[in-house]
Design a protein around this ligand. Structure first.
Ligand code: ARG
Length: 562
């Protein structure tokens, strides 16, 4: 139940306030200190309407309103402070969670509408960069939030599988390549070929020309070129899919850039028909002067289309095919202008749905304050990062819990989970400093800390042989209240996290919940008092479900033992 809403309703009805319920709800505050109550209603705004002082209004309201779920109300100066009835609220939560299980917190606001989410989108034959990792985990969490808010997410991996680099790769492969090593280590080998091509091209400009020719052959559909391109693409995708398995992310579509090769003429025609295409410096562009942006390049003088042309084609295709109610692009900050232009061009072409397109941008991954690059020389392969996280986790588990039965499996859930959580706990637009020490610290603000909190709940419930019951009382321990409050706020957190495309709201919530849980453990001996054991176990049970669901929304697994 949304207690804030309930308070607003009661104020509206019993208090006969001259504001509507939503307005009242917006006025209600959540005091910083728990001793000040669960909610506070400031009476200043009413003073003018009622021609009384705020303090008098607060006192009058206190006398007028009651509800079984309220423990008591206090008029403190101009504020009316509400204390909820802990026993009743917790009992209600226990019931709700027992009935709804992991569906707790779900809403139907999205009415089943499709949200396409463009995420990950690595470039074939290049290593999976930290930027692509960020896009993958942020996009996946947002897709999970879409689903939880009643939408139908559709995850699209718009892989970079076309472009002049494939001409260069074909040339390099024919000169220095070897099919077997590409099969074994596609990304590394293709990257080597790519780097070698550029090194040799410095002294041999003819190579560039050969590369252009090879790409032309590819565009013209020459079978041998196509076959090589396919091979590079398939092998790279296989390697990427190992990373996606480690991260536990799946996609509904892998339609990448090449899929739109035959869909761009239409874009050019549409823009021409609508009179938007103009010649500028030997290229065809859409001017965006009124929007105070540089022109959007559509076609070069040699007929070649551009990144934007392809994204226009893909936007049209996605609207027609999936009838999205929203279309999200989870791509780094540095492409902000591109997405602004994309939207502006579609709006100029009178596609009203362009308003439903949104660029979900994010900051960089840093190492020692510098951009973590996967380019030449300083290559850090993401798969190695994930494997290292797994190995380090195994070492920690060996120290902490050497008797754990399925250590390797748990490490596989905890290691990558640590990497994912470290990314998501920061607001996405911030830069993130990469650090194994920070990610894997079981006592810090980390994924493993949350997973451990969950496993601890489960172990306690196992030990107590717990089964939930609808006959249970509420919980009255002082240290239980912060937990109950957090759990009852979960549906709100889910809404705000989605409305702001902000998974860090869920991450913060989970950290707060785990911290309150540890406080509770520190003060209350759950199994030692048979009179209160049942409600305390229900509290643990409800916390476990909420924690696990928070982890799932973020894309983390929750091992039952750890
Ligand atoms: N492959 C691109 C890159 O690595 C990202 C593509 C993002 N999605 C899109 N629809 N443009 O920069």
């Amino acid at each position: 139940m949304d207690h804030k809403l309930l308070f607003a309703k009661v104020l509206h009805e019993q208090g006969e306030l001259p504001f509507d319920i939503q307005t009242i709800k917006q006025l209600i505050e959540t005091p910083k200190r728990i001793e000040m109550g669960d909610f506070a209603f400031p009476c200043f705004a009413l003073a003018k309407h009622l021609r009384k002082s705020p303090a008098i209004i607060a006192q009058e309201l206190q006398a007028k309103i009651t509800d079984p779920i309220f423990d008591h109300l206090e008029a403190v100066g101009p504020y009316l402070n509400l204390f909820l009835n802990q026993e009743k609220v917790s009992q209600h939560i226990f019931k709700q969670i027992m009935e709804q299980g992991s569906d707790y917190g779900r809403n139907q606001n999205g009415k089943g509408g499709t949200v396409t989410i463009d995420l990950s989108a690595p470039n074939i034959a290049k290593p999976f960069s930290m930027g692509h990792l960020r896009s993958t985990v942020i996009g996946n969490a947002i897709a999970n939030l879409a689903d939880k808010n009643g939408y139908q997410p559709f995850r699209i991996n718009y892989i970079g599988d076309w472009g002049t680099q494939f001409g260069k790769l074909i040339v390099a492969y024919r000169k220095w390549g070897n099919a077997e090593s590409i099969q074994q280590n596609p990304i590394t080998e293709l990257l080597k070929l790519y780097i070698r091509f550029h090194e040799e091209a410095e002294n041999n400009p003819r190579l560039e020309e050969e590369g252009r020719k090879a790409f032309k052959a590819l565009e013209d559909g020459e079978p041998e070129a196509i076959q090589l391109w396919k091979q590079f693409r398939d092998e790279s995708l296989k390697e990427f899919s190992r990373i996606y398995d480690l991260l536990g992310v799946h996609f509904d579509s892998f339609q990448g850039e090449s899929f739109y090769n035959d869909k761009m003429d239409e874009v050019v025609e549409i823009l021409q028909e609508k009179g938007l295409l103009v010649e500028s410096q030997q290229a065809q562009v859409v001017k965006l002067d009124e929007e105070e942006m540089p022109p959007c390049l559509i076609r070069k003088s040699d007929g070649a289309t551009l990144y934007a042309t392809r994204d226009l084609a893909s936007a049209l295709y996605r609207k027609r095919t999936y009838h999205f109610v929203r279309s999200l692009y989870v791509v780094g900050n540095e492409q902000s202008l591109h997405f602004k232009q994309l939207k502006a061009v579609l709006k100029k072409a009178a596609y009203a749905w362009a308003d439903e397109m949104e660029h979900i941008s994010f900051g960089m991954m840093l190492k020692n304050g510098k951009k973590m690059s996967t380019r030449k020389g300083r290559i850090i392969l993401l798969e190695e990062v994930l494997q290292e996280a797994i190995e380090r986790t195994e070492t920690i588990i060996n120290e902490k819990n050497p008797n754990l039965s399925d250590k390797a499996q748990v490490a596989k859930q905890v290691g990558p989970g640590a990497v994912i959580f470290h990314d998501l706990k920061h607001h996405r637009t911030n830069d993130v400093e990469f650090s194994f020490e920070h990610m894997l610290n079981f006592d810090g603000e980390t994924g493993p800390y949350l997973q451990y909190a969950y496993a601890r709940c489960k172990s306690l419930l196992r030990k107590a042989n717990f089964t939930p019951s609808s006959q249970v009382n509420g919980v009255t321990d002082e240290q239980a209240w912060p937990i109950v409050r957090l759990i009852s706020d979960f549906p709100n957190v889910i809404r705000t996290a989605w409305n702001n495309y902000d998974p860090s709201k869920i991450a913060r919530f989970a950290l707060d919940l785990a911290r309150s849980l540890n406080q509770f453990y520190a003060h209350v001996h759950i199994l030692s008092d048979p009179d209160h054991q049942q409600e305390r176990l229900h509290l643990i049970y409800s916390t476990a479900i909420t924690l696990k669901e928070s982890l799932r929304l973020l894309g983390l697994k929750a091992p039952e033992e750890m």
